[in-house]
Design a protein around this ligand. Sequence first.
Ligand code: PGA
Length: 251
Amino acid sequence: MRIPFVAGNWKMNTSRAEAEQLVKALIPLVAGVRDVHIAVCPPFPYLSHVVETVRGSVIKVGAQNMHFEKKGAFTGEVSGEMLKDIGCMYVILGHSERRHIFGEKDTTINKKVHQALEVGLKPILCVGELLEEREAGKTEEVVENQIRESLANISPDQMVQITIAYEPVWAIGTGKTATPEQAQEVHRLIRDWLQVHYDDGLAQQICIQYGGSVKPENAKTLMDQPDIDGALVGGASLKADSFASIVKAAI
Ligand code: PGA
């Protein structure tokens, strides 16, 4: 049995006070939730403070990115070890905004996945096609290439630490959600790929989140699909009540 996992990607939003208010409002709303893994991913400057604020609750903390090297002369970058050191459990890697605004390639993302695992962080690896790729019938090819390259040389023991988030780029922040059937089709494809490249037992263990305009109104029908095991939530994670509703829809 896979435990559903709902994570909130705050992106470049909130002030310190807003970050604190958001998690303080969220803690009681999800306090009774069992059997769903819950994480929030605030911007770097507030990570430590959010880690302290959620301590003792069911909420874990993740970062939105990290560098692939251990340390050194990489001005402006943050290492996985630093994130682990301040109490992060997760790190989002290969988010479509990193890929398309900052030009991150799968080879770089693969190095980040390896580095994250090396320091004991659990990667949330994002994949997903652009609208023109979907319209050209290339969704399958694009997503398969992304998972193959970004998971290069990942052992089965490492793979079980990873969550995959399928986020069709055309659905992110647009209010357009993939239909449950469209999402399920790609989730199935990802699980089949895991089965072929690892084995069925492992494929059945991996949590595959859907992301892209997930809201309280559509969360349940998406997560009711057999291969959709949770959600990576952007906009709707910035309000405690809507994020909590999505968490509850995962139960
Ligand atoms: P959204 O973002 O929920 O605002 O569409 C999802 C994401 O980018 O992870």
